[in-house]
Write a protein that binds this ligand. Structure first.
Ligand code: AMP
Length: 570
């Protein structure tokens, strides 16, 4: 498949702002593809990648290297910088200028998708001495053969930002329509594989039952997510007898084990194994060969037995150096709460009750509030690295409340309420798992704009537009936040924001939506100020959520739900 044919469709996709039209153009693209391998690559490329989404590798080519590469084929550097300033996009800038240089797209064979993809993968693997030069050679070799429009998308792919507004949900929808397979089925497979290219390839080969699309060790799957419970009583009404668990305030981990090989993934499926050696060790000690389990990692204060602030956990997760020093300062404990795989058997379709039984059978105890409360309390300060979440199975609201109050009294943030008959539903927010906290839920939102600061904040950005999303990933501003930030935070934000500016609007800048913050607020109001119809009253930043990405932020539906709950509580 020729690169130029794909670029033509990308251009159509880029020009429309309507999601459904983008989807329909993508369907046209699928119709054109004959080779399943090509379809795989095109799916990755459409979302600005050359690696599957679960794979953490990045091309890591900076703008500077890209500029040097195109300058090396004769584009004038100053003109290019000027053009970037004008258009705000290096892709457009190169597209405009590349026609001026004498280059070879008339002489050579046209570029293919396969060549572009493979060349960039090679670039990504070059390391060591002289690597910059080698990279420039490979990249400029591609540009030498690119027509202007091909150069636009080549440049953007190199920077891993296609700017055409394609995302995984839209591709899934396109695949579902083209192959006439229910979207829900594809979504489920996607949540297990996190590999849109592989899924598309298998669809074209008619191999949707392939083992490669099943749960696999060392390929993390998207976690099952919880809904907010209106109340404990309501949850019991819906579920009958349910499993209540302490909601630990930490970072979610998914742990894969095969013999002595252990990998730990964060909620965003990043590999955090190296930062957590004591957990790796403790997992190695579990007497099961192959395992995928999930849990919440908390920092424990050894003196009080209570959890320490969330920031401490993040400090451990982000650590690349001095790990052993930090290990002594910040003690971690993982409370396991689910099991997805054991010795060749997948448990994701088994009811939760069964999964919990399997988990308990591995450890030989239950951590049941009724039976084990005394031991649990004694062990709060213990040197225990792996534990099971604390549970209570009941349909009695009073008992449940007692457990809830106890969970708060030992320093945790609330309870989870889980349907005993529910399967594990990867990647989706479901009514079979609820969370319930004493305060109004804080919201995880993404920063979409930043306003230049004044007065005391003149060196930084002063306030930030924050947004929630809908199921399809569209963003909806819901407020502006400027409080809850220290000078250090403002400096940090300045550094990060300056790197992700999309457009300079004078007083403010629009940024790539990737900085996730958790905000608390007085209440949610109905408001005309924002198109979504809601606004946060007095939002303040509680913390940066570096463990979350834009896909993990709260949705407009969450906002509506909290709004209803808040009305009920008032
Ligand atoms: P939230 O991040 O607010 O949607 O709350 C759900 C999160 O709570 C999960 O993703 C887990 O990281 C965390 N969590 C803490 N304790 C538990 C538990 N016992 N069971 C399930 N999730 C838990």
């Amino acid at each position: 498949m020729l690169w130029k044919d794909v670029c033509k469709i990308f251009d159509n996709i880029e020009k429309t702002t309507k999601r459904l039209e983008k989807r329909d153009y993508f369907i046209k693209l699928i119709e054109m593809v004959k080779d399943p391998e090509d379809l795989k690559k095109i799916c990755y490329i459409a979302i600005g990648r050359v690696y599957p989404e679960y794979d953490e590798r990045e091309l890591g080519i900076g703008e500077k290297l890209l500029i040097n590469s195109v300058v090396s084929i004769g584009i004038n550097k100053n003109e290019l910088l000027e053009e970037i300033k004008k258009t705000g996009d290096i892709g457009f800038a190169i597209e405009r200028l590349i026609g001026k240089v004498k280059h070879g797209y008339l002489l050579y064979q046209p570029l293919t998708v396969d060549e572009v993809y493979k060349t960039l993968r090679r670039v990504g693997e070059i390391e060591g001495e002289g690597s910059q030069k080698k990279k420039i050679r490979l990249i400029s070799g591609l540009f030498l053969r690119a027509t202007p429009i091909e150069a636009r998308y080549l440049a953007r792919l190199i920077l891993e930002d296609m700017r055409i507004g394609m995302n995984v949900p839209t591709i899934l929808e396109a695949l579902s329509i083209y192959f006439n397979i229910p979207k829900e089925r594809l979504e489920k497979i996607y949540a297990i594989t996190n590999d849109i290219g592989l899924l598309a390839e298998k669809l074209l080969k008619n191999e949707l039952d392939s083992d490669e699309l099943k749960l696999k060790l060392f390929r993390p799957i998207k976690p099952m997510l919880a809904q907010i419970a209106p109340s404990i009583e309501q949850a019991i009404l819906e579920m009958g007898k349910a499993q209540f668990e302490t909601k630990f305030d930490g970072a979610r981990v998914q742990i894969h084990k095969s013999g002595n090989n252990v990998k730990i993934y964060s909620r965003r499926l990043e590999d955090v194994t190296n930062a957590l050696p004591e957990i790796v060790n403790a997992i190695k000690g579990i007497n099961v060969d192959k395992l995928i389990v999930e849990g919440e990692c908390v920092a424990i204060d050894k003196n009080t037995g209570k959890p320490r602030p969330f920031q401490d956990i993040l400090r451990r997760f982000r650590r690349k150096y001095d790990i052993s020093k930090f290990m002594k300062e910040i003690n971690l404990r993982v409370y396991l709460f689910d099991i997805l795989y054991k010795d060749g058997v997948s448990y994701i379709d088994e009811p939760f009750k069964k999964r919990r039984e399997v988990l308990e059978s591995i450890f030989g105890y239950e951590n049941d509030f009724k039976k084990d409360r005394k031991r649990i309390e004694e062990e709060l300060k213990a040197d225990k690295i792996i534990d099971l979440s604390y549970k209570l199975v009941t349909d009695n609201p009073e008992e449940a409340r007692e457990f809830y109050n106890w969970s708060l009294s030992i320093g945790h943030e609330g309870v989870m309420i889980k349907n005993l008959n529910a399967p594990y539903t990867p990647g989706s927010r479901v009514r079979t798992m609820y969370k319930f906290k004493p305060t109004l839920e804080s919201l995880d939102v993404v920063i979409t704009k930043a306003k230049r600061g004044m007065g005391k904040r003149k060196d930084w950005y002063g306030s930030f537009e924050i947004a929630v999303r809908d199921e399809e990933g569209n963003l909806y501003p819901i407020g502006h936040v400027g409080t809850g930030l220290t000078e250090e935070d403002l400096e940090y934000l300045k550094q990060r924001i300056d790197k992700i500016i999309i457009r300079d609007l004078g007083e403010e800048v629009e940024v790539k939506p990737e900085i996730v913050v958790e905000v608390a607020y007085e209440e949610i109001q109905k408001s005309d100020k924002y198109p979504c119809g809601f606004a946060l009253r007095f939002p303040r930043v509680v913390r940066f959520r570096e463990d979350k990405g834009v896909d993990d932020i709260n949705t407009l539906d969450d906002v509506k739900e909290i709004y209803m709950i808040q009305r009920g509580r008032n």
